[in-house]
Design a protein around this ligand. Structure first.
Ligand code: SF4
Length: 203
């Protein structure tokens, strides 16, 4: 087990960390992942914004409302999903996390996902999609695609998605976002009650 894995407690929390000086200065608190430690589905965002920094929880506020609505539409309960971020501390002025900051926090994310061993990861937005895939991503065009990504020692199935906030700025993205979350439910078998069969093997 790596040093980073050792640093996570039984709830997959870092607890304390000061690797990123600019983020230590800008954060109110470390925003840990939330949700079950045995979740089949993990969603990964970029990092905490102002609302998340204040609440101490990922994806709250208007983006969180959209995500929760998409979960409900897909037959998923937020409480059953692990929700986490590429960086756990709020960047100043809501800028994107820098490459070095993403690298500083990657070990925590990899350790979290290794311990969860989920069926599927959904990346919400361009930054987490590019961070996990290690390549440039045209997120609007690639949203809904399922790809494999190397995370730590394992290859993981990743479903790419636009960020829920994109639906607030551009209503035309709403249907696509909801369809992507519905596809996530389908891929983990959460929607198999109606068909009686998992479609995991199709992808
Ligand atoms: S973003 Fe991650 S690596 Fe950087 S200070 Fe916060 S917890 Fe530590």
């Amino acid at each position: 087990m790596s040093e980073d894995a050792d640093a996570l407690d039984e709830n997959l929390c870092v607890g304390s960390c000061e690797r990123c000086p600019a983020l230590v200065d800008s954060r109110s608190q470390i925003v840990e992942g939330v949700g079950p430690v045995d979740a089949d589905l993990v969603v990964v965002g970029e990092g905490p914004g102002a609302n998340e920094d204040e609440a101490g929880e990922p994806f709250v506020g208007r983006s969180g409302d959209v995500l929760d609505e998409a979960f409900r539409d897909a037959g998923l309960a937020r409480a059953d999903v692990r929700i986490t971020n590429c960086v756990r501390c709020r960047p100043p002025d809501n800028r994107d996390p820098r490459t070095d900051e993403l690298a500083n926090c990657r070990g925590y994310l990899e350790a979290e996902i290794a311990r969860l061993d989920p069926d599927l990861i959904v990346t919400l937005g361009k930054v987490p999609s590019e961070h996990l895939l290690g390549r440039s991503v045209g997120i609007t065009a690639e949203s809904g695609d399922v790809v494999d990504a190397r995370l730590g020692k394992a290859s993981r199935r990743v479903l790419l998605s636009v960020h829920p906030a994109a639906t607030l700025y551009d209503r035309s993205q709403r249907d696509g976002f909801f369809e992507t979350i519905a596809r996530a439910a389908d891929l983990i078998g959460a929607s198999e009650g109606s068909s009686g069969q998992s479609r995991l093997g199709e992808f």
